[in-house]
Design a protein around this ligand. Sequence first.
Ligand code: ADP
Ligand code: MG
Length: 160
Amino acid sequence: MKGKRTKIKLVTPQATLEFGELLGKYLTAGDCVALIGDLGTGKTQLAKGLARGLGVPGEYYITSPTYTIINEYPGRIPLYHFDLYRLGESSDLEDLGYEEYFDGRGVTVIEWAEKITHLLPENRMEIHLRRLKRDVRGLEVIGFGDHYEEILDEIARVSK
Ligand code: ADP
Ligand code: MG
């Protein structure tokens, strides 16, 4: 599938948080955001912003789960935050019943999503993160499917 692509430069951690918050506001139940990028590129920072946009109360501290693969947070829409850094075999994820999360009642955000490319829903927002300078991150955001393309159009419109 082709997908609609946008490139964004985020020059501070705060900018990444705000971009995540903006995107989070447009997400709806059952949505999937796949985050792809090396350690320290800002995936968790972006997930924190998404949590804000989804209305997760501020007292919840979003971290990369160390030994758990998934953390759930309540919000306007629940957030299911996966971190697959320590995932061995993708069959481990099948044991977790991950599919129920994807078309569930919440929004699924997946760090290290490239480890399970074959398991990702066809329709999704895919975000590739790169470290350009110490505090500068380059994002390529790809919306696969009409719903996600519309979100990108809307974000472009309000960001003008
Ligand atoms: P990851 O989850 O990809 O390993 P984190 O979000 O945990 O990355 O860490 C990113 C680190 O980079 C944080 O310490 C953050 O403060 C720092 N950082 C610096 N500039 C940025 C930026 N523009 N966007 C996001 N994080 C940034
Ligand atoms: Mg992380």
